[in-house]
Design a protein. Structure first.
Length: 226
């Protein structure tokens, strides 16, 4: 019997080697783009490995997410998504917590994450400024990030990133392509992504140029100057 559309999505074929906090963060980043989330349930018990429940406030949002993310490669595995057999309230109660209490905990965790991210971005900004002066000479000689854009190489320069973007989020996206080595978020809504070869970097650039991380943030990708 077909499962009727509801607020909750069941996701399986997830990589069970990924740590639970990293998996939850990646799932939240992907699924929150389609609507307000009430909860994400991902447990590491033997029975629940490689599986998660995504609970939306609106059924329509759940439906759009199901269609948009079906088969998306997350940590090198294509997600299999369907509607959950149980209503979202029942799933939350199985964990012994209310949706409201879970929401408050998520909000507190998000506040702590933002504080830590602000500290990392401040350090990255200082490092970027020092590196820029080293490459382009003393301040006032006209060097800036736009001068880093030149001919093809194995490092991509990514602009127009949302404030909440992290290294882990960039890694999740760009590691879909072979040869991926590292992704680094810098201050000012930019980041750098490194591949083993120029051709591998070019393939990722071609695929993700203009990709919308949010409705108002479409990535702008160029080759960075070595």
């Amino acid at each position: 019997m077909d499962i009727r559309p509801n607020h909750t999505l069941y996701v399986n074929n997830l990589n069970d080697k990924v740590k639970k906090p990293d998996l939850r963060k990646a799932l939240y980043y992907l699924f929150s783009q389609y609507g307000r989330l009430l909860d994400i349930i991902a447990m590491k018990t033997m029975k629940m490995r490689g599986q998660a429940f995504i609970i939306y406030h609106d059924i329509q949002c759940a439906t759009v997410a199901l269609r948009s993310l079906q088969g998306f490669n997350l940590f090198q595995r294509p997600m299999r998504i369907s509607y959950a057999k149980r209503d979202s309230t029942q799933i939350v109660l199985l964990k012994g917590v209310s949706a409201e209490a879970q929401k408050r905990r998520e909000e507190e965790r998000e506040k702590r994450r933002r504080r830590k991210q602000a500290q990392r971005l401040a350090a990255a900004a200082a490092a970027a400024q020092a590196a820029n002066q080293s490459v382009n000479g003393p301040a006032g000689t006209g060097g800036d990030l736009t001068n880093l854009l030149e001919q093809p190489n194995n490092v991509l320069f990514v602009k127009n990133l949302p404030e909440e973007t992290t290294d882990a989020m960039l890694t999740m996206l760009f590691s879909q392509f072979s040869g991926f080595k590292e992704a680094r978020r810098a201050a000012g809504g930019v980041g750098f992504v490194e591949y083993e070869t120029d051709a591998q970097a070019a393939a990722a650039r071609s695929a993700y140029e203009g990709f919308k991380l949010t409705p108002t943030h479409a990535m702008e990708i160029s080759f960075a100057k070595k």
